[in-house]
Ligand binder design. Structure first.
Ligand code: AMP
Length: 487
């Protein structure tokens, strides 16, 4: 099928051709005609399937067809809500490319950066606003922006926004929008919660489902390297000798562990950047730019920070730390093999990860190929105790005394707020002694040098302020779905 038959505006077709797209992806073929026809729509599609263009191209076509009010009566016409700043920036970049021949204005709104430019953009009633819910609600609460003439509302990665506790903010925002509008929702899963959301926000939406959620992109080769925990970094450095590993996204569970790994890779002569929510917005954008430009070969990221990363040509995704949730695995490896490119997903699996690996294999319905790295010494001893390294393992706020703490709106919520979903692993004991009356602490023993059990990050600003809190859950019987936090 060609883009020509989908009814798009000629100026948008021109931009699409200039972007190098020759034919629509399946989700685009399926969503563009009903959106142009004016239907509400729920799109269920994996990440990397071209869903941004799937909702943007038809919306732009309709915006171009309907004359907007000029001058003081001008009002915002499109609101797109997305869970993370990175995703907001990427959506904006895509829209700018697709709308480059149209006289439309676009602005982004998210926390962690100065609010004045965002306030100015909202007050000048920019045509298209792409926003994270928390900051937008904050600015709307102070009477910035006029959404009374809104024509389109898009909720992108709706499932993630629910997981991150944005529902109350989204509800408050939607209350301020006109009822007469077109609402488009995109999600990787069609859960009961998402269905409830469609009833709340949409009118008889068309449902478009592309692929099964549990199928990672077919173009991604998935490999498992079983490795002792203390040799994971050495194995990564060893694998990086392979020139084909030229654009590598490495996933670490913890922010300070990501920094440590980046330092070790740099020491081994591998240019590396990090992406996690302790870094300032500018640092995160810089890291992404350097990675896209090839200035650094490796980007070490945590799950939330990497969500929605749209970088073409990632050759390898490495699960340095095995993900605790099947959904994270699918999201992580979806960063490579995008738009039908070939990519490899490598998972390091230690003795402690075998339970999660088995559950993942059950979920995707097949075993993953085990590989041994040629010429790698799997029997090396653990590195000797190094007090300086132990010092570096401390969280940054404890080591870097005298350094200015991050500003309030850049700080991550602490304590239980960091758990946005049930954690499959046990919580760390509060002290060295067992707690009376607490749940039995199953799972791995925690030695002082061992990394803490995984905490799920939330967006590093006030976006996380309205999170749902789930009780801590020690591993319970009930099958892998529950263990992986799947509904
Ligand atoms: P998305 O799922 O929106 O994050 O898109 C994934 C990637 O696919 C992005 O890099 C897009 O630029 C690219 N893409 C989107 N639509 C097409 C298309 N029709 N042909 C080729 N690449 C596309």
């Amino acid at each position: 099928m060609s883009f020509q038959v989908l009814g798009l505006n000629p100026k948008i077709l021109q931009a699409v051709t200039e972007a190098g797209y020759t034919e629509p992806t399946p989700i685009q073929s399926a969503t563009i005609p009903p959106i142009i026809a004016g239907h509400d729509l729920i799109g269920i599609a994996q990440t990397g399937t071209g869903k941004t263009a799937a909702f943007t191209l038809p919306m732009l076509t309709k915006l171009a067809a309907a004359q907007a009010a000029a001058g003081p009566n001008r009002r915002t016409r499109v609101l797109i809500l997305a869970p993370t700043r990175e995703l907001v920036v990427q959506i904006e970049e895509n829209i700018r490319a697709y709308a480059k021949h149209l006289p439309l204005t676009i602005a982004t709104v998210f926390g962690g950066v100065g609010e004045q430019p965002q306030i100015r953009a909202l007050r000048s009633n920019t045509d298209i606003v792409v926003a994270c819910p928390g900051r937008l609600l904050d600015l709307l609460g102070r009477r910035n922006g006029d959404f009374s003439g809104l024509e389109f509302l898009v909720l992108d990665e709706a499932d993630r926004m629910l997981d991150m506790g944005f529902l109350p903010s989204i509800r408050q925002i939607v209350r301020q929008l006109p009822k007469q509008r077109q609402t488009l929702m995109f999600s990787a899963t069609l859960s009961k919660e998402i269905e409830a959301l469609t009833h709340e926000f949409q009118r008889t939406p068309k449902i478009v489902q592309i692929g099964r959620r549990s199928n990672p992109a077919e173009t991604v080769t998935q490999l498992v390297y079983e490795v002792p925990k203390h040799l994971k970094t050495a194995l990564l450095v060893h694998l990086m000798k392979e020139p084909a590993m030229d654009m590598v996204l490495v996933f670490s569970r913890m922010k300070h562990a990501a920094d440590r790994l980046a330092r070790q890779l740099e020491q081994a002569g591998i240019r590396t950047a990090t992406l996690h929510s302790n870094r300032s917005q500018n640092q995160r954008l810089r890291a992404l730019q350097d990675f896209k430009a090839g200035t650094v070969r490796v980007l070490v990221a945590t799950d939330i920070a990497a969500r929605g990363i749209d970088v073409d040509g990632i050759s390898h995704v490495v699960n340095y730390d095995f993900p605790m949730h099947v959904e994270d695995y699918i999201h992580r490896i979806g960063r490579t093999g995008r738009a039908n490119q070939i990519g490899d997903a490598i998972s390091f699996v230690t003795n402690e990860d075998h339970g999660e690996l088995r559950a993942l294999e059950r979920f995707i319905g097949r075993g993953l190929v085990r590989k041994k790295a040629e010429g790698f010494n799997y029997t090396s001893a653990a590195p000797p105790y190094n007090p300086a390294e132990e010092e570096r393992r401390q969280p940054r706020h404890q080591q870097q005394r005298g350094q200015r703490p991050p500003r309030n709106d850049q700080r991550e919520p602490r304590g239980p707020q960091n758990y946005s979903r049930p954690s499959a692993g046990p919580r760390p004991p509060q002290s060295g002694r067992p707690q009376f009356g607490s749940r039995p602490q199953g799972g791995r023993p925690q030695s002082s040098g061992a990394p803490r059990p995984p905490q799920r990050e939330v967006n590093g600003n006030r976006e996380g302020g309205n999170e749902r809190h789930f009780p801590s859950t020690a591993p319970r019987p009930g099958g892998f779905r529950r263990r992986f936090g799947l509904r």
